[in-house]
Design a protein around this ligand. Structure first.
Ligand code: ARG
Length: 577
């Protein structure tokens, strides 16, 4: 201990007073620290979501493998909440919250009907593009939302989409989830809206404690008879070309027969993939912004349930007399939907989110990067030319994804920095400072990167390799993933905040790229750390240096956690001061 103290005192710290009596350090102003803290917290949350997702993905891969090996059913591996499975069983879907049913009436003549009570539609999802609500969607499984393909025309970058799930009957908060993947129906025709259907995979599955629940899919490619009164819901406009609404609205509309639909809508109606519903008298209809949302009919019986028969697609105006609304026929797409939902994760090219969730794979460890497994799936083994090519393909796709996401993150950061700093004013607020007391206690830069490995948490899924080839290697990968991400998975969400306390830039250390060496003091929950980084001192260089500083902070916390500098569980017991 004494030795460590002695070493710390002898560290070659920069001399703050050496340049003609001028102080050599500049402290970044609180506004910049706030930007860093806010962005750092976001980065932490994203890192935790990514870590959870990567572990869950591997766990799902193991479940798939087990199912293949034990076709008669590994019942013990079912998730505790059977309502929220990726292929909901009949009867375990379409259940509305008690108290929120039987309230929908065909009200007056307002397009879109009346305001729905909170929690009335547990499967209704709102889809946002770059923060703007654009379409509705319907939760059909724990991490899958059905919507209309036309919602994603020209907007297929999944990194920009988020989904807001249903709120609860007591106003329980709606969960907002990132989108992982968007699958348009391969036959979607943007001219005719033929096959107007898309599946959206959520980045994190719906939480079983939350109010969101999946709707039922039809059992057969048939709809209830014409005249059956069904329900539509969404945030769409109250009249044609009107604004969207802040609250969910609902209405009851009868299904219409094919001939009536054809007569009303002409050849634009393709009965093989479209159905129509509404009133020929007009007045009650879905409208712009409702697209992708549900048309559900309740199935009576001892356990009444709501079944999804349509996805809002198009109309001729909204609520016009003689022009009922058009909905994509869900019943005929049941097989396509189930096939997509139950596909093994590695059978699909990885999404940008999946690729960016993992560290860039080194060739030697490419096999351990689950997202890259897709490219190497046809190669006989590791190390050969095929595997090298697969690795290259994976890296190239990752680079394209990085560019996409970086462009977006940088824009966000620049916006944030500009709002807080204002043009050039912030420079005046940079106060020259003397050495801070904490500078004396600095460890040598990089020394926080202790090499000790964390204790490996136990894999969550155990199963015997016996009779199930490949299972063991999947389990090893799961353990490795849990190992790698343990540092962030262990942080309880209430501690998941990054706090930049101080950034001291050494004025005598300008690099060729115009950046300055700086000491950064930051906290993550109760853990405090100091590390060195590079920072710009002009708006342009500062904005450029922030993302790297954030990445360094994340890396420093990860290394500190993995170095085991704090006993496990200390998140809970210690408070920050
Ligand atoms: N295409 C519209 C949307 O994108 C939905 C229109 C539904 N129109 C109707 N009259 N039913 O939101």
């Amino acid at each position: 201990m004494l030795l460590v103290l002695l070493l710390l005192l002898l560290l070659p710290l920069p001399d703050p007073w050496s340049a003609y009596g001028h102080p050599l350090y500049l402290r970044l102003p609180p506004s910049t620290l706030q930007v860093l803290s806010a962005q750092g917290t976001k980065a932490l949350q994203a890192a935790q979501r990514r870590a959870r997702w990567a572990v869950q993905r591997m766990a799902r891969e193991i479940q798939h493998r087990l199912r293949e090996c034990q076709p008669s059913g590994p019942r013990s591996l079912r998730p505790p909440n059977a309502l929220l499975q990726d292929t909901p069983e009949p009867g375990l879907c379409g259940q509305r919250h008690p108290g929120s049913t039987n309230v929908t009436q065909a009200h007056g003549r307002i397009v879109g009907g009346s305001k729905a009570p909170p929690g009335a539609w547990p499967w209704l999802v709102r889809l946002q593009f770059d923060g703007q609500p654009l379409c509705g969607g319907v939760l059909v499984a724990t991490s899958w939302v059905l919507s209309a393909a036309h919602c994603f025309e020209g907007a297929q970058n999944e990194l920009l989409w988020t989904a807001t799930l249903a709120e609860g009957p007591q106003g329980e908060q709606a969960e907002e989830v990132l989108v992982n993947r968007i699958l348009l129906h391969p036959k979607f025709d943007p001219q005719t809206f033929h096959y107007d259907l898309a599946l959206v995979q959520l980045w994190t599955p719906v939480s079983p404690e939350g109010p969101a629940r999946p709707v039922c899919l039809p059992q057969a490619p048939r709809e209830p008879p014409a005249g059956t009164v069904c329900a539509i819901a969404g945030w769409g406009a109250l009249f044609e070309d009107g604004p969207g609404t802040g609250a969910v609205r609902e209405a009851r509309v009868p299904l219409l027969g094919i001939d009536t639909c054809r007569r009303a809508l002409g050849p634009g109606l393709r009965p093989s993939t479209m159905l129509c519903a509404g009133y020929l008298a007009g007045g009650i209809d879905s409208c712009q912004g409702d697209s992708g949302g549900p048309l559900t009919c309740s199935e009576p019986g001892p356990h009444p349930r709501d079944v999804l028969f349509g996805v809002t697609s198009w109309g001729d105006g909204c609520g016009e007399p003689g022009k009922p609304g058009v909905y994509t026929r869900v019943a005929v797409f049941r097989d396509w939907i189930l096939k997509q939902i139950s596909a093994v994760p590695s059978s699909r090219e990885p999404s940008c989110r999946e690729l960016l969730a993992e560290d860039p794979p080194e060739e030697a460890h490419a096999a351990a990067a689950p997202a890259c497994a897709f490219y190497a799936r046809r190669c006989a083994g590791p190390g050969n030319a095929c595997a090298r090519l697969a690795h290259q393909q994976c890296l190239q796709r990752r680079q394209r994804c990085e560019l996409r996401s970086m462009a977006h993150t940088l824009l966000g950061l620049l916006r944030g920095a500009q709002e807080l700093l204002g043009p050039r004013q912030w420079l005046r607020r940079l106060a020259p400072v003397g050495p801070s007391p904490w500078l004396r206690e600095l460890p040598r830069a990089g020394s926080s990167a202790a090499a000790a490995r964390p204790r490996r948490p136990k894999p969550e899924l155990h199963a015997k390799e016996h009779g199930c080839p490949g299972l063991e290697s999947l389990q090893q990968k799961l353990a490795a993933l849990q190992d790698t991400h343990a540092w962030i998975l262990r942080v309880p969400s209430e501690h998941l905040a990054m706090d930049f306390h101080e950034v001291l830039a050494d004025l005598g250390s300008k690099t060729l790229s115009g950046l300055f060496h700086a000491w950064v003091r930051a906290g993550l929950g109760s853990r405090q750390l100091t590390f060195s980084g590079l920072v710009g001192l002009e708006p342009a260089t500062l904005a450029r240096s922030l993302p790297r500083l954030l990445a360094q902070a994340l890396a420093a916390f990860r290394l500190a956690a993995q170095g085991g500098r704090e006993p496990e569980g200390s998140w809970r017991s210690r408070r920050s001061d």
